[in-house]
Design a protein around this ligand. Structure first.
Ligand code: GDP
Length: 296
């Protein structure tokens, strides 16, 4: 899908790029091609409209039509607009200094990549010199605790889990005591995920949030689910509150659309992308790189 998006957009842009003078009609044609490509990439219709309207407004200004190289000027406007819609600059985690324990809640539906991303984030923070630990609070999916333990061993990060535990708040509290005794500075909590959002899950996550008072609440969303990733993010934000989003499976071919819709509709910063199944396959979200990819 992204390949198609990239191809269409770049074709449309190439058509204006070579022109010494461009007219409003040329711009309309290029904008139409961009619009179609974004829609095909599963970008939310409202987002496409908003993006296109603000691009047209600027692109039809005197500055572009009369500039020395209007085609290039137009491409720059589209690129800059995309970067701005995607969040402008890389957004860092907001954690406390190493003398106080910071807490990160990892939220998301089952299968989104929450457990894997928890381990990926732990590895990243470890490489940055922090002392992270992973806490297994996904008590619903039986394999999740074991999966986290295996990943923890693989990356050399301690994993706190209580076999047979029923209450994630109790697990968090016990983990917190363990963290204090063991000089941990960052707790990454893998929370309960289900196949779809339901009240018991939200109630449990709310209790956990109230107990842990996390510095970061990161939604892990599957970039391949496009439109529904946006609905999930909206619901999590309304019910629990989010500080950012991790977009997984960015190594697949449906990676542009979800990022654009998510950021525009929820306003929440995209902080990381998952780019594969291995613990190292994790990068900060750089808006200009993603915009560059979308434009080809
Ligand atoms: P959870 O149910 O949300 O905890 O999901 P998991 O962490 O178990 O991930 C579900 C599946 O997605 C696993 O097979 C992961 O290896 C895979 N996965 C997670 N993140 C990525 C990613 O960024 N790229 C790819 N290709 N696979 C991923």
């Amino acid at each position: 899908m992204l390949d198609k998006l990239t191809q269409k957009v770049s074709d449309a842009l190439r058509a204006v790029a070579g022109k010494a003078t461009i007219t409003e009609k040329n711009i309309d044609e290029a904008v139409d091609a961009i619009k179609m490509a974004l829609l095909e990439a599963d970008v939310n219709l409202r987002v496409v409209r908003r993006f296109v309207n603000s691009t047209i407004e600027e692109a039809k200004g005197e500055k572009v039509l009369r500039s020395v190289d209007p085609g290039q000027q137009f491409i720059k406007i589209v690129h800059d607009k995309l970067v701005s819609f995607l969040g402008d600059t890389k957004q860092d985690l907001e954690l406390k200094g190493p003398d106080t324990i910071s807490t990160i809640l990892m939220l998301g539906l089952q299968g989104s990549g929450k457990t894997t991303s928890s381990a990926k984030l732990a590895l990243r923070l470890k490489k940055e010199g922090r002392k992270p630990m992973l806490v297994a609070c996904d008590l619903v999916r039986p394999a999740a605790m074991e999966q986290l333990a295996v990943l923890g061993t693989q990356i050399g990060v301690p994993v706190f889990k209580e076999d047979g535990a029923k209450d994630s708040v109790k697990v968090y509290r016990d983990a917190s005591s363990w963290a204090q005794k063991n000089m941990i500075d960052t707790m990454i909590i893998d929370t309960t995920g289900r196949l779809q959002i339901d009240e018991p899950m939200m109630a449990e996550l709310s209790r956990l949030k109230d107990a842990a008072r996390p510095d970061e609440l990161l939604l892990v969303a599957d970039s391949m689910t496009g439109q529904s990733a946006v609905d999930i993010a909206k619901t999590f934000d309304e019910k629990i509150g989010l500080t950012g989003v991790v977009l997984t499976k960015f190594d697949s071919d449906t990676r542009g659309g979800a990022a654009l819709s998510l950021k525009t509709i929820t306003g929440k910063p995209l902080k990381f992308v998952g780019t594969g199944e291995k613990p190292e396959d994790f990068e900060p979200f750089y808006p200009d790189r993603i915009a560059g990819r979308i434009l080809g």
